[in-house]
Design a protein around this ligand. Structure first.
Ligand SMILES: C[S@@+](CC[C@H](N)C(=O)[O-])C[C@H]1O[C@@H](n2cnc3c(N)ncnc32)[C@H](O)[C@@H]1O
Length: 303
């Protein structure tokens, strides 16, 4: 099972109203959604996931709480469009708990894990055609090195990319791990496990994780009712940077009008930061769930 990260902190900060409308953009195995649903009487929860297995599992889990929910099998990049199709134009709270869930990693067949042999895959949405196989086998050496450098900040990006191109075709996770290990000094391979960050970088590229986050956050801000809250949990410094920047831009007065006696409405801040510094998991949570160690929670409120 997936252990939900920063669960109480999210529920507390969403300020859930009994009759409110809430959106969980990353349903996963339903941990956060279940808690939100438990707080609602006449309210409704809309929950997105691009992974059909997560949708099917959570449907059963949430049905045990109430019927006040709608599950949407879609990438959250289509947030506004999908909600509008259901007649929803404003909501009272939105949650993003980014990344992957434990069952996705644990299921060797999905190809996310560098510890289990499987076909190169890493698609969160199995209906998508583009997979880790395409990144590893079709990208130019230069583009591969760029992906590794940008998303993994791996100093041996160039030599890993070069050896991948030489070893093509590569079709399994273990073949890829082997090439990565051969591309770095032995001591570095043993102490730093570069395969961990290289796999993460490929996963980010396959699922375009940073692009969709950058597109979805402004939509989420627009969807919030005044007083509505948004909680975002990130696990990667680049994700957190996108969240922090988007929140900063939308919570400050635009430079163009700073100092004017009257600020036109369209230039006024749309949101206020609920916490200036991100909330981190407690020591207890980090000890009980190692996946939570890199988690950061940022919260805003629509003004
Ligand atoms: C960390 S898990 C969520 C766990 C959940 N909060 C819980 O407590 O059980 C993230 C989930 O979001 C989904 N996901 C990630 N990026 C997505 C995207 N762009 N659109 C839709 N779902 C996404 C993944 O498939 C995964 O199931």
């Amino acid at each position: 099972m997936h252990k939900s990260v920063l669960l109480d902190e999210c529920i507390e900060n969403l300020n859930i109203k009994l009759d409110g409308i809430y959106v969980d953009c990353t349903l996963g195995y339903g941990g956060h959604s279940e808690k939100i649903l438990n707080c609602l009487t006449t309210g409704h929860l809309y929950a997105f996931d691009q992974d059909m297995e997560a949708i099917e599992f959570s449907k059963e889990r949430l049905s045990k709480v109430s019927n006040n929910f709608t599950l949407i099998h879609s990438n959250f990049v289509h947030l506004t469009e999908k909600l509008n199709e259901l007649g929803i134009s404003k909501v009272d709270g939105i949650l993003f708990d980014l990344g992957f869930s434990s069952p996705q990693i644990d299921d060797a067949e999905r190809g996310f894990s560098f510890m289990k042999d499987a076909k190169l895959d890493m698609r969160m949405n199995k209906e998508q055609k583009f997979s880790a196989y395409n990144v590893v086998n079709d990208y130019s050496e230069n583009d591969l090195a760029l992906v590794f450098f940008k998303y993994a900040e791996e100093k041996f990006s160039r030599s890993i990319a070069k050896n991948i191109v030489k070893a093509r075709p590569i079709s399994s996770t273990m073949e890829l791990v082997d090439v990565i290990k051969r591309s770095v000094p032995t001591k570095y391979a043993i102490t730093r496990h570069p395969e961990r960050v290289i796999f993460q970088a490929i996963r980010i590229e396959v699922n375009k994780e940073l692009d969709v986050l950058g597109d979805a956050l402004p939509q989420a801000i627009e969807l919030l009712n005044s007083g509505g809250r948004m909680c975002v949990i990130t696990f990667h410094s680049l994700e957190d940077r996108i969240v922090k920047q988007t929140f900063k831009i939308n919570s400050e007065i635009n430079d163009l009008v700073r100092g004017l006696p009257i600020i036109p409405d369209e230039y006024k801040p749309k949101i206020k930061l609920v916490n200036k510094k991100p909330i981190l998991p407690s020591d207890k949570e980090m000890n009980e769930n190692s996946r939570s160690k890199s988690a950061k929670l940022r919260i805003i409120e629509r003004v």
